[in-house]
Design a protein around this ligand. Structure first.
Ligand code: HEC
Length: 449
């Protein structure tokens, strides 16, 4: 009996010793955790806080706070402080904290001297290449540059830049799974791409269009962002978010300058007024809110509340906005309530258009202000005459919902995109002029016997 107990204890001791003797491997144990949980935001194309976590050397160099770890001392190591939440925001940003087991690996590895055991040949291995598509991804956003030369289309974890006449010219990769909104600045030099990864983070990207370079990427909030629009002078970008806020960014610096919390639900769209001093945001909470852009103060609700709103567009020269959402009825409103009119009446309503077959997902007003294009979750894209309210044309041929419509600046064509992943370009009588899949599709793998 006694002999057995001794034997058992001996075994446990041996096991314990074995665990203590095997040092934690950077390459086999730490690096895979970084790849899976961190590199999306900490890599060459997007160094959040100046930190790149793709190689040991970059990891050691650290970010704005200096070296990410102090060999031998986990408690003085920046990375441990961020992983435990001792320093906020806890990493991985917007995600679940790492399990205790992983945290202990980091602590032990650092305590044991934070050694690099990367095999020499691993460094030469190519980084992950561009996304490979086997089918066209859903188009959630598209935009045409003010000079009509470029079309930007959302892909998976990237934006595709096309020559307006067709032809892919650049792939602009980012860390967001989805881009929900694209907007060119009025001078055409900057492209804003706004999106994120659901339930993880939101991201605002500013691209230098001519250089095709990411000027800045800001990761914020713990969910996706939507509805980007530039102020008429191009100095600011407004956007909405799943966190119910409206945010303003400075175009020159790419930094957030104001966060406005007036909505009770996700904010899907924003537009500035003609003079850029006010903006209107639309939300699932059913309201189109008029906001003072310089103070963030609420001015009034533009609309009578019906159902959740998904889309907004402004008239090119007037403070008129088209709004639409789950009810399927496009409305045209004045941004301003004529004086002496009561609140909660519908005196600002100019016109309600025909009800669509499904919820309205996207709206655009033509450059001359004569037409509104309505894209919905079901059926054709319809064009209505803004003056008369009458149906002007129907653009057909899509399979599935439409999430993005944009008029060409020459006012002769409308581009559409949605569930079926095909960009279609129509003339304003509704005739299809061109269609293309905006992403390169990988050739099908042929099995060989
Ligand atoms: C979704 C994007 C995202 C992910 C994923 C992410 N980070 Fe971060 N990280 C950030 C942002 C944003 C900051 C800047 C936070 C701040 O200070 O406001 C940051 C800052 C840091 C810093 C501070 C760097 C410095 O010197 O300023 C460390 C260390 C860090 N992250 C480590 C990690 C680790 C380790 C992981 C994976 C477990 C991770 N991060 C995952 C976005 C991310």
């Amino acid at each position: 009996m006694r002999g057995r107990i001794v034997l058992l204890t001996g075994c446990l001791l041996a096991l314990g010793r074995l665990g203590a003797e095997e040092p934690v491997s950077y390459y086999r144990q730490i690096r895979p955790i970084l790849v899976q949980n961190c590199q999306g935001c900490h890599q060459a194309a997007s160094r959040q806080s100046g930190l790149d976590l793709t190689t040991y050397k970059d990891f050691r160099t650290g970010g704005r706070k200096g070296p990410a770890f102090v060999a031998g001392n986990p408690d003085q190591s920046v990375v441990v402080a961020y992983l435990t939440g001792a320093v906020k925001p806890q990493m991985p940003f917007g995600g679940k904290p790492l399990p205790d087991g992983d945290l202990n690996l980091f602590r032990r590895w650092i305590r044991e001297g934070a050694r690099d055991d990367t095999p020499a040949d691993a460094l030469a291995a190519a980084p992950a290449g561009p996304v490979v598509y086997h089918a066209p991804p859903v188009i959630t956003a598209l935009a045409i540059s003010p000079d009509g030369q470029w079309m930007a289309v959302s892909g998976y974890r990237e934006v595709l830049l096309h020559r307006a006449g067709g032809g892919l010219v650049a792939r602009l990769p980012g860390i967001s799974d989805r881009i929900h909104s694209l907007a060119f600045s009025p001078d055409g030099k900057t492209l804003a791409a706004v999106g994120g990864s659901p339930a993880r983070f939101g991201e605002v990207q500013f691209w230098d269009v001519a250089a095709r370079k990411l000027r800045s990427s800001t990761v914020l909030s713990s969910d996706t962002l939507f509805g980007a629009s530039f102020s008429p002078d191009g100095s600011r970008l407004a956007l909405g978010g799943a966190d119910k806020s409206v945010r303003l960014f400075d175009t020159a610096t790419g930094k957030e300058v104001r966060k406005i919390d007036l909505h009770e639900e996700w904010v899907f769209g924003t537009v500035f007024g003609v003079d850029g001093k006010r903006l209107v945001s639309v939300s699932r909470d059913r309201a189109a809110k008029l906001i003072d852009a310089s103070t963030g103060a609420f001015i009034e609700n533009v609309n009578l509340l019906h159902e959740g709103l998904n889309a907004i567009a402004r008239h090119p020269r007037k403070d008129w906005v088209a709004i639409g959402g789950d009810e399927g009825v496009p409305y045209l409103y004045m941004m301003d309530r004529p004086r002496a009119m009561r609140i909660a009446d519908d005196s600002t309503l100019i016109r309600a258009f025909e009800k669509q077959d499904g919820p309205i997902m996207t709206l655009a007003i033509s450059p001359d202000g004569s037409l509104v294009a309505v894209g919905s979750a079901v059926g054709a894209v319809r064009l209505y005459n803004l003056e008369t309210g009458r149906l002007a044309a129907k653009c057909t041929g899509h399979s599935g919902g439409i999430y993005a419509v944009a008029f060409a600046p020459d006012g002769q064509h409308l581009a559409t995109g949605g569930f079926d992943g095909t960009v279609r370009i129509y003339d304003l009588s509704g005739k299809l002029a061109q269609s293309f899949v905006p992403v390169p599709i990988a050739p099908a793998v042929v099995s060989q016997r």
